[in-house]
Design a binder for this molecule. Sequence first.
Ligand code: FUB
Length: 338
Amino acid sequence: MSNPKPLVTHIYTADPSAHVFNGRIYVYPSHDRETDIQFNDNGDQYDMVDYHVLSLDEPGGPVTDHGIALHMDDIPWVSKQLWAPDAAYRNGKYYLYFPARDKEGIFRIGVAVSDEPHGPFKPEPAPIPGSYSIDPAVLVDEPDASGKQKAYMYFGGIWGGQLQCWVEDPKTKQLVFDATKSGPQEPSGPGVLALGPRVAELNDDMLTFASPPREIQILDPETLQPLAADDHDRRFFEASWCHKYNGKYYFSYSTGDTHYIAYAVGDSPFGPFVYQGRILEPVVGWTTHHSIAEYKGRWWLFYHDSELSGGASHLRSVKMRELIYDENGKIHLKDPQN
Ligand code: FUB
């Protein structure tokens, strides 16, 4: 499987978040659609209006499209752009987390709930209080020694994802939205640190943050200093994912304009994470976005590219390929990428 086929070809799908629920693989992708919006670095061409859920029993086997699981028309606070979602299971319910622009054009993160992994999902009437930016990814951690289970949301994305717009008000110490920082811009210059992704513990209700989001540090493995803003080959851009392997937290992400999926490892869900290397080299299309899941003792990378659409960056297709870990816990693609 050195050049895998898209999971489905009857619709365009992107930003896959994969989970194993009830012994079956469920994939929660964005649903790309054709528009006449011109490509720009703010991501306006990613103008999605609904979500479908995909599921499969066997890698390479038939894939079920469960149809529309959530539509923008049913979410009262959203104005446009349903971007990369994720899902989680807890308390006997399934939660779909999704970013979208609110009526002021500011990206927030919403949640919708279902009794079934494939939906339909009923949205909460307002976004998660204190949420901002894009690309939520939720890790429901293993129970601790006392049996308590915690869940964490990772999120954020720069440029069109607006993470750089959130700055601390010096008086109140609260984050405020600075619209002058909107668009394809980010911190830069000698000594300037990269913006970090965010993490927030979720309350047991899975609908609210237990505490304000914190910035995550991704450290250089030699100096153990946070990565520099101008280090575009390694710095965080968007597409957070966090999974556990051998008791360690693996945080992976897209480097955006350099088009890599990179990863970093740490001992705590809050980081810091030490940069380890790349999982995926650039794919066809501008964006790259992924998730990692274990299924029947094998590990899988879910990702997208724009091969099927002939390279249209906003018309992507979800694929999967196997991952292996070496004896040092480093991640590799099982088959070479082409
Ligand atoms: O699909 C829209 C956006 O493109 C996602 O939120 C980003 O991660 C990038 O894949």
